[in-house]
Design a protein around this ligand. Structure first.
Ligand code: CMC
Length: 391
């Protein structure tokens, strides 16, 4: 391999040092700044976890109040951005809108684009965390043709998002605490996941000194793919397509067939070779949401039986393929009322916290350099130029 280590897909390259998130993929362990994800999902709020990721420690009550207040001060979007939405087709995928609108933020918030100033970096981080629910809800409202709703800072971060998404000006929207808690938990489960493709993209974009809004837009673009954040949408579409448990074996057979590109969506992970601890919480949350809403969805039974069948199949056992975070999330999101096209948007909303925390960590790292991988050149060696008439 010459001078360079050849590592396609970076399966064995540590691109940075980070104190944010620890994963032991063999044991199925995920810790944020030392705290197990299951405990954070159970006992913390998304705002507490955001504070933890961004500032290093779980907040005291006073710190949490201050942090929540700071975030709520930034929830509004520049009014001009509403016009920007109107340039999109109504049937635009909301992830396409997200890439555009978040990238456009750099044109609106000039006073937080000087990345050499730690204060500006923190303002940009707060702005991104605060505005993402507004941006996501507006993408949804635009697609259904309903008016945009302004944020209501009397509500929680998550309650405000639910209201901006599902509320209408004509009626008072009452936030259902069970749905609010479930949604908040889903945000916690997606908040950070060390050097995944989109986070690495944010770091790489940021390593050149690009402004934070542009970097997060790059992360959103990367997250969109079905092998990454797009898997939640793909997983629910797959479960709906399967439809009834009797058709599961057919899909398992397809997933195992080397000549068929089909994969079980929401299954397998680059790092986890054990049950994804986020999937455990997610499955539990489905049951809670269904019980509280007094609903059920045949798609959940398909998911449970598909999981059981796969986990008992030698192909999945040998390759250590387990359900990942995306396997059950769609079932809950659909019950709450989100269309599948919004699933990856919700992932982006929550992951923004991890992205900005990682970006800040990178910029503050004295070892930080522009990310510039090398390659193994496989093209022709130097050769004589042929004039066009002689080719
Ligand atoms: N269904 C069937 N076979 C699979 C699956 C699957 N979902 N995932 C991996 N495999 C097989 C794959 O064919 C390969 O077999 P072989 O060694 O015989 O060629 C082996 O398992 C290893 O797969 P890989 O593609 O080399 O592994 P990777 O680490 O590059 O890919 C992955 C990880 C998540 C992209 C992949 O498991 C996948 O495509 N899963 C489905 C999409 C998905 O659920 N993505 C969400 C990931 S979690 C949330 C997030 O990160 O956004």
């Amino acid at each position: 391999t010459g001078m360079f280590t050849y590592d396609p897909g970076f399966t064995s390259t540590a691109s940075c040092e980070s104190a944010l998130t620890y994963i032991d993929g063999d044991e199925g362990v995920l810790l944020h700044r030392g705290y197990p994800i299951g405990e954070l999902a159970e006992k913390s709020s998304f705002m507490e976890v955001s504070h933890l990721l961004l500032n290093g420690e779980l907040p005291t009550q006073a710190e949490l109040d201050k942090f929540t207040h700071t975030i709520s001060r930034h929830t509004m979007l520049h009014e001009q951005l509403a016009t920007f939405y109107r340039g999109f087709r109504r049937d635009a995928h909301p992830m396409a809108i997200m890439c555009g609108v978040v990238g456009a933020l750099s044109a609106f918030y000039h006073d937080s684009t000087d990345i050499t100033d730690p204060r500006q970096r923190m303002i940009a981080s707060h702005r991104l965390i605060a505005k993402m629910p507004t941006i996501a809800a507006m993408a949804y409202k635009y697609s259904v043709g309903q008016p945009f709703l302004y944020p209501d800072n009397n509500l929680s971060y998550t309650g405000n998002f639910l209201r901006m998404t599902f509320g209408v000006p004509a009626e008072e929207y009452v936030v259902d605490p069970v749905i609010e808690r479930a949604m908040d938990r889903i945000f916690i489960l997606h908040a950070d996941h060390e050097q995944n493709a989109s986070t690495s993209t944010v770091r790489l974009a940021g390593s050149s000194g690009a402004n934070p809004f542009a970097c997060i837009a790059a992360g959103i673009a990367c997250l969109w793919g079905p092998a990454h954040g797009g898997a939640n949408e793909a997983a629910l579409n797959m479960l709906r397509e399967i439809g009834t448990p009797d058709r599961i074996p057919e899909y398992i057979a397809r997933a195992k067939d080397k000549n068929d590109p089909f994969r079980l969506m929401g299954f397998g992970h680059r790092v986890y070779k054990n049950y994804d601890p986020r999937a455990t919480v997610m499955q539990k949350t489905v049951r809670e949401v269904f019980a509280a809403m007094n609903v059920s969805d045949p798609v959940f039974d398909v998911a449970l039986q598909l999981e059981e069948m796969a986990l008992n199949d030698p192909y999945f056992v040998e390759k250590k393929l387990f359900p990942n975070v995306d396997f059950y999330s769609g079932v809950i999101l659909s019950a709450i009322g989100f269309p599948t096209t919004m699933f990856t948007v919700l992932f982006a909303l929550a992951r923004t916290v991890g992205w900005v925390a990682q970006w800040n960590e990178m910029i503050s790292d004295p070892e930080q350099k522009i990310g510039r991988p090398r390659q193994l050149y496989t093209g022709p060696t130097e050769r004589a130029y042929t004039p066009i008439g002689d080719r």
